[in-house]
Design a protein around this ligand. Sequence first.
Ligand code: SF4
Length: 488
Amino acid sequence: MNIRLSKTKYLNGLQCKKLIWYVYNEPDAIPEPDESTQAIFAQGHLVGDYSKKLFPRGMEVDHTKSFEEGLKSTKELILKRVPIFEAALTYRNCYARADILEPVGRDKWNLIEVKSSTDLKDVNYDDIGFQCYVYTGAGLKIDKCYLMCIDNTYIRKGDIDPNKLFKKIDVTDEIKTSYSKTVENNVAYMVKAIEAKTFIEIGIGAHCNDPYNCPLIDHCWSFLPERNVFLLYRNKKLPMNLIQDGILELTEIPEKYKLSEKNQIQVDCEKTGKPHIDAVKIKEFLSTIQYPAYYMDFETCGSVIPMFDKSSPYQQIPFQFSVHVVKEKGVKPEHFSFLADGTKDPRPEFMAKLKEVMGTNGSVIAYNAGFEMDKLKKCAEVLPNYNKWVDSIEERIIDLLQPFRSFAYYNPKQDGSCSLKKVLPVLTGKSYDDMEIGDGGTASAEYCRVTFTDDNKDKEKVRKLLEEYCGLDTMGMVDIIEQLYILK
Ligand code: SF4
């Protein structure tokens, strides 16, 4: 077999020998990247385009014709001593295409790898170490190695400034002192694993999600029963140990394993099939609610490239709210909502409209309220007139997640999760399942599509679906509180 290890395949091999065997021997078994992975790729391309602006003399290697043409074109550009994007070189079984090669002095080069992340991760050393190994082996003199990633302290003012959008981290010492020999050894074992008649059986474990979610998870994890130990609430380590000891079912965890209080409640509920209800704690929680009660939920959008002035990379900008107001306990709620339109910054209108409906007294109830409070505080940073009002909201806020996160109420149908998406159907029978927009990620993506792109023929329909979705979040909270009153 003619093995040519690219950086991506090398990282596959580092993650798991079984995965690298499949990549070469049974590529059809590996599913196509899903929508969210593709969105991450698209984001990476966008970041790559901005990074190139930092090298106006830079030239791109043409990879559209053939592999050999890419190598040939790279050699020509190397002679020109210009910054090169995606320079393609081979060495032994390996093939590298680093994002940027920058000429230094008469005959040296800086190797720059561009990422859309906001900091250096361990995997970046492997990534850059591999590129450096190949380029050096192919005869280039590498001076410095850099990771160029997103500086999330950058605040947009006018056009995007690539000089401020990126930060460069020098990883030369780490790469040159420890990575070249390591890469050589790793490549050797990978080649052996790939050439083997069959894959090496590797058990499932933390490596299946580290540093990336392995595309073969569905395949390798399929032996687990439906009610398996990975449903344990906020517990990643114990399930791995249990699997190694051959314990797969939640109900089969022997007593010798010390469980947290919440995990124990979960296992007990699993065995009885009945919910756990701590009426005292629920009553205590409900006693904190003061009427009128304002049930509040936001939807947000964000991008690695800040969308508006006075916003930062990845900052989540609120574009929609839903508020249900219950004036007195048991009274029918009144609904208020806002959904931004147009391409301008939605924050000023969002804050003005929200302030109009929130009154001055009574509880403000949100699910995972820290999210909503964080968005309000970030808005007040750029709209300081709202500072005092945001403080007053914080004094009134109650987090409806609390009785579920504390396991005052737990139903085995929640599958070890306290999210609103799990709690709502269990307590009220309502569900997000049949909704065309039924989660925050889709809401954000659809809003951005119909608002900021030309792909918006269905804009009115999408806006209606967004209203329905956000409205269900707050009406659902009203219903959950009503159910808690019944339980207490
Ligand atoms: S799912 Fe885990 S065990 Fe299976 S190939 Fe991927 S990393 Fe290896």
